[in-house]
Write a protein that binds this ligand. Structure first.
Ligand code: HEM
Length: 214
């Protein structure tokens, strides 16, 4: 199986922006989160913005500004990816991402998982044709986590108070955003490790997702 061109292009854009976004998210200083501003790596120390509605001058950090706008770009990318899930483009369908929603997919996933755990002790993965349901489920969880982060991130974009205090709800959303980020990082680590193992075994799966490939 190969992936259709739109899926490949979206993968390249999404992979690049999400990896950059995660790095920025870990390094930036968040105005209004109660951090010590001096500890940020990505800070413009003397950049200030005028908040029209409150008349307060707030300190801006470059990292947080980039995080906000890259976040909105990722929202657009993941929306397009979700739309593609309802097309017939090869490899794009929602059944590939969520095989466990039907009984036969669930059965295949259980069988493939057994093979996966047996092979993992020897750092060996089954060929991609025999691990479609496991790989698809991880990809589906990645898309779901990015979607959740995108939804919460959009709410925070409009509701986050950069002057200091957050309401209890916004605080909770901010913390949820961080927890999902941790989950997404673990999934991406597993995803990238699986790609490395497949490549070492000569499965050449990168050719299936490269935007320029056949
Ligand atoms: C160094 C970074 C990465 C590499 C080398 C890589 C490589 C790959 C490869 C080879 C596949 C095809 C797997 C198959 O044959 O079935 C794939 C699929 C996929 N990857 Fe990555 N990936 C990377 C980063 C990411 C990131 C950061 C994300 C999430 C934002 C991501 C999300 C996905 C998804 C969702 C798919 C399935 C295609 C789709 O449904 O859109 N990948 N990746």
């Amino acid at each position: 199986m190969t992936y259709g061109k739109p899926v490949r292009i979206l993968h390249a854009l999404l992979a690049m922006s999400v990896l950059i976004q995660i790095a920025i998210g870990e390094l930036m200083n968040v105005p209004g989160a109660g951090d010590e501003p001096g500890h940020a790596f990505l800070q413009i120390p003397f950049a200030f913005a005028y908040e029209g509605h409150t008349g307060v001058i707030v300190e801006e950090t470059l990292g947080f500004e980039v995080h906000e706008f890259l976040g909105l770009f990722i929202v657009a990318l993941v929306l397009i990816r979700l739309i593609l899930a309802f097309t017939t483009i090869p490899g794009a369908g929602w059944r590939d991402l969520f095989p466990y929603v039907c009984a036969s997919g669930c059965k295949t996933l259980i069988e493939e998982s057994k093979t996966l755990f047996a092979g993992l002790t020897r750092l060996k993965l089954a060929p991609p044709e025999e691990s479609k349901a496991v790989a698809g489920s991880v990809h589906g969880l990645i898309i779901l986590s990015v979607t959740c982060m995108a939804i919460i991130g959009t709410v925070l974009f409009f509701a986050w108070n950069e002057h200091g205090r957050q309401t209890a709800l916004i605080d909770l959303l901010g913390e949820t955003h961080e927890v999902i980020a941790g989950f997404l990082e673990a999934l991406l680590a597993a995803h990238i490790l699986a790609v490395i193992l497949h490549q070492r075994q000569g499965h050449n799966i990168i050719a299936r997702i490269k935007p320029g490939g056949e």
